[in-house]
Write a protein that binds this ligand. Structure first.
Ligand code: DC
Length: 443
């Protein structure tokens, strides 16, 4: 789950984001520290902010790392060097604001932020978390405060961090700098500081950090139960009955549900049996879709079940183009679609090489992939067998999502090659994880 916290500086964003992350047991990510780190590198190398070529070079070589020290505080590293103590000075604040208006800088940093966001439940704080970086974040907060309050907070924070600057700091000057930075952050052409439509606005002028954290914790508790759009009644009825069937007769086990995000994605699974589509559908915590040959709809019971679980018939003889169009339309509506990239059911229960269809679809829809491995369905209903065998053991494992950003900017052939290779590798490692005893979280 992602909690996105945006707002201008001096609203208490960092303290609140850190506090709520601690309370929820989430990781905390300060994206401003990344813009500051780039600014620090540029400052170090004495590159003027107008020299875009030199800044591009810095960005292309930028390696950013975060570590936690013995006291639980975050330390930021740029190309191996600890910059934590150097990135909060007033010069770097101003330079970070200027550098953050460069589109190529933002593109590179957003990619890194999304990569970090894939790893675990996290609180991200910044300026464009809810609008650009994580538009699907389950909880979005926008913090504001009166400029005078923000200036006063910043003044106290700077005094604490840099006591030597005492004489040269003035709240009036800080207020002026804050207003300058606000103007630049709010009016820049790329990703300006703006409240997302679905973000909750909190004015922190009269609130303590703990009071703001309490408010967000309440919002989180409320949204936890509606993390995904609720299932429609008819879908839920079929979902629960089919789930009960697989639990009862096959002891269905599901792993890796924390890898689920809201929004469009292709659920890419191995295919060993007619049972795979219903098993995957009822393992998902939200409504998903899949395509099925129209002849399957004529099989008694199975036909009714798959119809109830959002399957869409593909007529025999219909072209690949028609099928793709159907899938793209579903993804564009933000739906999740189950796909079997091996192309057909296997004859031996083993994973087969993936066909090109998946990569083509991902490339066209520019969507993420959720890799899945299903075990035990082959034994339960083998290819060629007229009926399924009652009783057995079925397991469904969801792996870490593969984000579209991994392939963004690659030439089409290269992108498609990597999408296929990445997905196949992910499915194989899920199979291995299961074979090795399903210890810890699935990869
Ligand atoms: O939150 P902060 O003051 O540490 O951020 C430093 C600068 O980076 C600030 O001027 C705005 C910019 N920034 C941004 O443009 N987008 C983000 N997601 C985070 C920070």
């Amino acid at each position: 789950m992602i909690v996105a916290i945006d707002g201008p500086s001096g609203t208490g964003k960092s303290t609140v984001a850190k506090g709520i992350a601690k309370r929820l047991g989430f990781i905390f990510f300060d994206t401003g520290a990344m813009y500051r780190s780039i600014a620090w590198k540029i400052f170090q190398e004495k590159i003027p902010v107008t020299d875009e070529d030199a800044i591009r070079k810095v960005v292309s070589q930028f390696q950013f790392d975060i570590q936690t020290d013995g006291e639980g505080e975050k330390r930021y590293f740029v190309n191996g060097e600890d910059v934590t103590g150097n990135i909060r000075t007033p010069e770097i604040s101003l330079l970070a604001s200027q550098v953050s208006s460069l589109a190529f800088v933002r593109k590179a940093l957003v990619k890194i932020q999304r990569r970090f966001g894939r790893k675990a439940d996290a609180v991200f704080e910044g300026r464009d978390m809810g609008t650009v970086v994580f538009p699907d974040a389950e909880l979005k907060i926008f913090l504001t405060a009166k400029p005078a309050v923000r200036a006063e907070r910043r003044y106290r924070e700077l005094l604490l961090k840099f006591p030597d600057l005492g004489d040269s700091l003035s709240p009036k000057q800080i207020l002026h700098e804050i207003e300058q930075r606000d103007h630049s952050d709010e009016t820049r052409a790329v990703s300006p500081l703006r409240q997302a439509k679905d973000a909750v606005l909190i004015d922190t002028s009269e609130l303590s950090a703990d009071e703001v954290i309490d408010k967000i914790a309440k919002l989180h508790a409320h949204c936890g139960s509606r993390r995904f759009e609720p299932m429609r009644f008819s879908y839920r009825c079929v979902y629960l009955s089919v789930r009960a069937f697989f639990k009862l007769f096959y002891g269905l086990r599901i792993h890796g549900l924390s890898h689920f995000r809201s929004g469009a994605a292709i659920i890419a699974a191995n295919h060993a049996s007619f049972f795979d589509p219903p098993v995957i559908s009822i393992s998902c915590p939200q409504e998903v879709h899949f395509l099925a040959r129209d002849s399957l709809f004529r099989i008694p019971i199975l036909g009714r079940i798959i119809r109830g679980l959002n399957s869409h018939p593909v007529a025999r003889g219909s072209s690949d183009a028609q099928t793709f169009r159907q899938l793209i339309q579903l993804l564009q509506k933000g739906k999740k679609v189950i796909l079997f990239p091996e192309g057909k059911r296997c004859y031996d229960g083993e994973l087969q090489p993936l066909e090109k269809g998946l990569s083509f679809l991902v490339y066209k829809a520019r969507c993420g992939i959720l890799p899945v491995y299903v075990d035990g369905t082959f034994e339960a209903w083998k290819r060629g067998a007229k009926f399924f065998r009652l009783f057995g053991k079925i397991t469904c494992v969801f792996g870490s999502p593969i984000e579209w950003e991994e392939f963004d900017g690659l030439e089409k052939r290269e992108a498609m090659k990597r999408i296929t290779a990445r997905t196949e590798e992910a499915m194989r490692s899920l199979k291995e994880w299961l074979k090795n005893g399903a210890i810890g979280d699935p990869p």
